[in-house]
Design a protein around this ligand. Structure first.
Ligand code: M6R
Length: 613
């Protein structure tokens, strides 16, 4: 996720660009840059690091009335100055900023290099600048050349382009990645998100997929990629900047819960083609993956729970012995590690000290294990120190309670499990392709849960005054139960304990009394009948039972007092069910916390990233 901003008809343009970027920094902040259209050239300045690095480096900028800016969150190519945007074409007359992933950038890059273009970065984005350059060299205007270039892109994009030959115009377009355009008297704007425009205008238009906009001082023209003119949809904009950053949601947590279909899509993007899995940044060769004889997964909190789901996938598909350990405990026992061990460190931030130290311990000269880090923040400390990295692409997460990064972690590790199985020759290509297809159905299934938000939240509010909750699950439902309990604890401060459902009868069932609420993850799978028995056991002792069940599962409904309905994952893809089921429990916890008047974005006593032991 990156942030884009552009302005024309603003004298000078630079302050608006810097202010806009500061409002978009939440979308990524590993590097940034601006391009100003200065008579017959485009002046570009880029810097690695936070926006402050750029702000301190633009003292010699020319006075210009049009320009574009970008704050980056790297996906292809490290967060260095030469990978920062804007990217220029070979002539230096065109500058372009991009958010998204161009899946066919290698093919396009080869074609451009053969035609004599010089690509100077490791990004997927730069090819677009040269494609547009090629179109313009063939006689097309900026807008037509941009349309033609974007039509060739496979993947997602929001782009903005300026060219010295059209000094007052910004051409911008989008597919899947967000982009809005705005207009005021004598000026025009584009941005990834409304907050970047609010200081200048409330006349904002939202672009649809495969539309481009030509913005001039006070003018705005929207067309489809084939050039047909369309009337843009005006967006009603109310409230202050923070309200706008929340995108119409009352808090970041709810916004991020709703961003989960996108987080899954982005984490999959460009990494699967039929049975072929390309985990680009993995940096472990097939042979190294084949040499692995044992996997250890380490993480904390929600990341640990994602790792628990991954253990099931790695053992099932790749048939590798897999241990999972809370990171803060891992290095204080004597795990049996060697050069054939693969340690997977899971961390949203890539900075949690417990997980970082566990990874360091695994890679130490004594233990010699290979360390693969699954994390959401490009170039985080853990990513830099690891042998290999697999990035989740959930975008920055503002709520302290992890939601969208959790589902993205599970997706990334399920891909890893399939890749391990593939290189070890344990899954037929057709089976890999079938699982990959199921993975791609998940965003729609998660949307199915989100469509039921109101009924899930209504059900949850019946339990606002409940003191004790138990969360039960079996198989991959157990980590979902753990995560549901953690969400409820951390944001509503209710007491919530999670158990493997079959374990209750060995002790914890003594705590069940009338008024205790038991939430059971009871979606279809091979342990469905068994969890129904466990539900009956707690019900017989007076518990009120809420189940997460698949739509149409009347048997589950008959065992419960309330049902949180969720869509079923495709048959044979039960290992993916946590990605759907957990969303119901996030909403359940959210509704209770809100009804209790809690601050869900910044719960008491917690920090988003814990950098102490
Ligand atoms: O950044 P990390 O994933 O390493 O953070 C780990 C935990 O601190 C984190 O998941 C924590 O449990 C969240 N508050 C859960 O919502």
């Amino acid at each position: 996720m990156c942030g884009i901003v552009g302005v024309t008809g603003s004298d000078p343009a630079l302050p608006f660009l810097l202010d806009g970027l500061s409002r978009l920094e939440y979308r990524g902040y590993d590097s940034s840059g601006v391009a100003l259209v200065d008579s017959d050239r485009v002046w570009v300045r880029r810097r690695a690091g936070k926006l402050a690095e750029l702000t301190g480096a633009v003292g010699d900028a020319p006075r210009a009335t049009a320009g574009i800016g970008h704050t980056r969150w790297a996906t292809h190519g490290g967060p260095t100055e030469h990978n920062a945007h804007p990217h220029t074409d070979c002539t230096g007359a065109l500058a372009l900023v991009h958010n998204g992933i161009i899946e066919n950038h290698l093919e396009l890059g080869d074609e451009l290099v053969s035609a004599g273009h010089e690509l100077r970065s490791e990004t997927d984005s730069e090819v677009l600048a040269h494609l547009i350059e090629a179109g313009m060299a063939g006689g097309a205007g900026l807008a037509d050349a941009t349309r033609a270039a974007l039509a060739r892109v496979e993947g997602s994009f929001a782009v903005a382009v300026v060219h010295a030959a059209n000094p007052e115009v910004i051409v911008a377009g989008r597919r899947s990645s967000p982009l809005v355009a705005g207009r005021a008297d004598g000026s025009g704007f584009v941005a990834s998100d409304i907050p970047a425009l609010l200081a200048a205008t409330r006349e904002v238009y939202v672009l649809d997929d495969d539309q481009i906009v030509e913005v001039g001082p006070g003018t705005l023209r929207v067309t489809t990629l084939d050039g047909t003119e369309v009337s843009p949809v005006r967006r009603r904009v109310e409230g202050d900047v923070e309200t706008a950053e929340k995108g119409g949601y009352p808090d970041f947590m709810l916004k991020e819960i709703h961003e989960q279909p996108r987080a899954v899509r982005e984490t999959l993007r460009g990494r699967t083609k039929g049975d072929r899995l390309t985990l680009g940044e993995l940096e472990l060769s097939d042979q190294e993956l084949r040499d692995v004889d044992k996997v250890f997964i380490v993480g904390c909190g929600t990341s640990f729970h994602a790792g628990m789901v991954a253990r099931h996938a790695i053992e099932h598909w790749a048939r590798l012995p897999t241990e999972i350990e809370v990171a803060s405990e891992f290095r204080y026992r004597d795990p049996v590690l060697d050069a054939q061990s693969l340690v997977v460190g899971v961390s949203q931030s890539g900075e949690s000290l417990d997980t970082m130290e566990a990874c360091r311990f695994a890679r130490s000269a004594t233990n010699k294990a290979k360390v693969l880090v699954v994390c959401n923040v490009v170039d985080s400390s853990m990513a830099r120190e690891a042998d290999a990295v697999l990035y989740t692409r959930a975008g920055p997460e503002r709520g302290v309670a992890a939601t969208k990064t959790h589902v993205a972690q599970i997706v990334a590790m399920e891909l890893l499990a399939l890749r391990l199985a593939h290189v070890r020759g344990l899954l037929y290509p057709e089976e890999v392709a079938r699982q990959v297809e199921a993975l791609h159905s998940l965003p729609t299934l998660i949307d199915g849960v989100l469509a039921r938000s109101e009924e899930i939240c209504d059900a949850a509010t019946s339990y606002v005054d409940t003191r004790d909750f138990f969360f039960l699950g079996r198989g991959v439902g157990y980590p979902v139960a753990l995560e549901g309990a953690l969400k409820l604890k951390e944001i509503s401060y209710a007491r919530a304990e999670a158990y493997p459902a079959g374990e209750m009868k060995h002790g914890p069932i003594a705590l069940i009394e009338p008024g205790t609420v038991v939430v059971a993850v009871a979606t279809r799978g091979r342990l469905h009948a068994k969890i129904m028995n466990n539900i009956d056991e707690v019900k017989a002792r007076g518990a009120t039972v809420v189940v997460v069940a698949n739509e149409g599962d009347d048997a589950a409904a008959n065992h419960a007092d309330r049902v949180l309905w969720v869509p079923a994952v495709p048959r044979g893809a039960e290992l993916f069910s946590p990605l759907v089921d957990v969303v119901a429990l996030q909403l359940f916890a959210y509704a209770i916390a809100k009804a209790r008047g809690c601050d869900v974005d910044q719960p008491r006593n917690l920090a988003k990233t814990v950098t102490v032991e």
